[in-house]
Design a binder for this molecule. Structure first.
Ligand code: ADA
Length: 599
């Protein structure tokens, strides 16, 4: 059975993983479907392979008022995506329904947790709609109070179409897959139950303070009371006789202080984690619990570097897409493990989750291995019109808010990022950046930034804790790394505190796996290896540069519908700037980086 995290999260609450074989049915487009992009003419680039068609599936027509199929003719594995289903590994973009039976043996409250559905999910319980969620990369949950014993039908209608309703998932330089791509869990919760726990750890005069927020929810028709107990690093805090009226939620704030000697700090070399355990015990009521993990560490700027517990660290990182030829975005734990081992072997100490929140188990592994994470909210590339669209702002802030709330406790996350390469040089877009930075500002235990490509005219650098720019010397740009960093530094000094450090959040170039050229020409592994090693060495020699992230860790698939003409620079519809290819086979660039970083 798949575990939700890499450690035990409940000792009391009954949790069942719903991964496995589900019934599956693609659902046909119908004429009334107002979906302008999906109905646009197929581009000449995709040729006969119109991505709207499911070449070998029997798609069921649906009535929009009853969107679920009346019969299911296929089966699919959860989690997975339909693009990696062996028979039709094409680019089907559309809707598909998933169904499975759930047997309940006594009356109870059921909480369903979906860790990721790409990209829009409508959930139905015995045919009735119970949840809607947009965006593939954040989790969502729903509560069914007072479920009767018996056999129940759980169905999920999944949609991966591009449309006017989807402003984060757009045709892009990575692929928006379709499917239930991360695990699904069913939990039985008592009438008073724990909805979440968030912990902020700060260091002050000779000691640590943990501020713990616990959310308790009642799904009972009657008032209820319970005792809440919170345990961390040998300490215990209690709230006795917590009373909740019918149907309400309540947030409780607890504080625990530790002297320096009482806990070990979390550091990249010694990533010590402590369980944070919250328990609800009611007089006569069933109990509930949540277990997460925390690390005692501070993040700041120290001597022009990112400082972990006051010690400066040069970030040597990679950008990673969750993508694999066999699994798409439904990356198994074993591949996460493999990826992190390859990164460590190449000498990386950091990873950027470009361009969306990652599977939480990957973050768990980073916590355990001391890898520093820049976690990024979902968005890549946005002109002013798109990112100032109120729907974009809502979807993007929703995603950023869910990311912060869901991943708050991971000590490995040292940077919250957002809005990659968006219009930070347009006066009309400044407020959009500000609203994201204000949201991140509620968590002062990390640095906040975004990756800009506007070297000469960025207007939003005054809002970030550390500046970050994507530069491609030797690939898209003829300037040298020094010239580009100089241009950025000049601009930063003119508008912000002088000498503010900067991260090169992307650099690199394409290299086709297996293409060897004694002349070391563009697109060969040799050219890419020379480029990555040369740019990395030169950036590391610049005192202003506090970190550098290679674009990218592994090759990834791109959307054929990507509109800008750039697919012509994506052989095999892949972005081939990976240090390893899709199958994780190291390229020359990997070996050259390892020579620089890994020894
Ligand atoms: C950008 C972008 C990446 C990728 C890269 C490239 O900087 O942030 O997502 O598209 O360029 O390969 O061109």
């Amino acid at each position: 059975m798949t575990a939700e995290r890499t450690f035990t999260t409940h000792e009391i609450r009954r949790q069942t993983c719903l991964d496995g074989i589900w019934d599956f049915q693609p659902v046909a487009f119908d004429a009334s479907d107002a979906n302008p992009r999906a109905q646009a003419e197929p581009s000449w680039l995709t040729g006969d392979r119109d991505p709207r068609q499911a070449p070998s599936w029997q798609a069921e027509p649906t009535d929009p008022s009853h969107p679920l199929p009346t019969r299911y003719t296929e089966q699919a594995v959860v989690p997975s995506c339909w693009q990696t289903d062996g028979r039709h590994a094409g680019a089907y973009r559309g809707q598909a329904a998933y169904r499975r039976e759930v047997v309940i043996d006594h009356p109870c409250n059921i909480r369903l947790v979906f860790k990721g559905v790409s990209h829009t999910a409508r959930v139905f319980w015995d045919g009735a709609p119970v949840a809607f969620h947009y965006n593939a990369y954040t989790a969502f949950d729903l509560l069914l109070a007072g479920v009767a014993p018996g056999r129940h039908r759980l169905e999920v209608l999944v949609d991966n179409r591009f449309s006017e309703d989807s402003l984060l998932h757009i045709p892009n330089d990575y692929f928006t897959y379709g499917g239930i791509i991360r695990p699904v869990f069913m939990e039985e919760v008592p009438d008073l139950y724990l909805e979440g726990v968030g912990c902020r750890i700060r260091h002050g005069q000779g000691g640590w303070t943990a501020r713990i927020e616990v959310e308790v929810r009642s799904c009972s028709p009657l008032p209820r009371t319970a005792d809440l107990v919170c345990e961390l690093a040998g300490r215990r805090a209690e709230v006795r006789g917590l009373a909740l009226l019918a149907g309400v939620r309540r947030k409780l704030c607890l504080r625990m202080d530790f002297t320096d000697g009482q806990v070990l700090s979390w550091n990249p070399e010694s990533p010590v984690l402590y369980p944070l355990k919250v328990t609800l015990e009611g007089p006569g009521a069933a109990g509930d619990d949540l277990i997460d993990r925390v690390g005692f560490r501070t993040v700041g700027l120290v001597g022009g570097r990112v400082g972990i517990n006051g010690r400066p660290v040069l970030l040597r990182g990679v950008n990673r897409h969750e993508d694999h030829p066999s699994f798409g975005p439904a990356i198994p734990l074993s591949v996460m493990d493999q990826d992190l081992k390859l990164m460590a072997d190449a000498g990386c100490n950091a990873v950027r989750t470009s361009h969306y929140p990652n599977d939480e188990r990957f973050l768990d592994l980073c916590d355990e291995r001391g890898i520093l994470v820049w976690e990024e909210s979902h968005a890549r590339d946005g002109d002013e019109a798109r990112i100032t669209n109120p729907l974009f702002v809502r979807q993007s802030l929703d995603c950023a808010g869910q990311m912060v709330r869901q991943h708050m406790n991971h000590p490995s996350i040292v940077i919250w990022g957002c809005l990659n390469e968006a219009a930070s040089n347009r006066p009309g877009a400044v407020d959009v950046f500000r609203s994201h930075m204000e949201l991140f500002g509620r968590d002062d235990t990390r640095l906040h930034t975004f990756a800009s490509r506007n070297l000469d005219d960025d207007l939003c650098q005054g809002m970030v804790d550390i500046s970050a720019f994507n530069i491609y010397p030797g690939w898209y740009d003829r300037r040298s790394p020094e010239q580009m960093v100089d241009a950025i530094a000049g601009r930063l000094d003119a508008c912000g505190p002088e000498g503010r450090p900067l991260i090169v959040s992307e650099f690199g170039g394409d290299g086709l796996y297996g293409l060897h050229d004694p002349g070391r020409g563009r697109w060969s592994e040799e050219y890419q290896g020379d480029l990555v090693a040369d740019v990395a060495a030169r950036l590391m020699a610049l005192p202003r540069v506090a970190g550098l992230f290679v674009w990218q860790f592994c090759d990834c698939r791109v959307d054929p519908e990507w509109e800008t003409g750039w697919p012509q620079t994506r052989p095999g519809l892949k972005n081939t700037k990976g240090l390893v290819d899709g199958w994780r086979r190291p390229k020359e660039a990997y070996r050259r980086l390892k020579d620089l970083w890994g020894r």
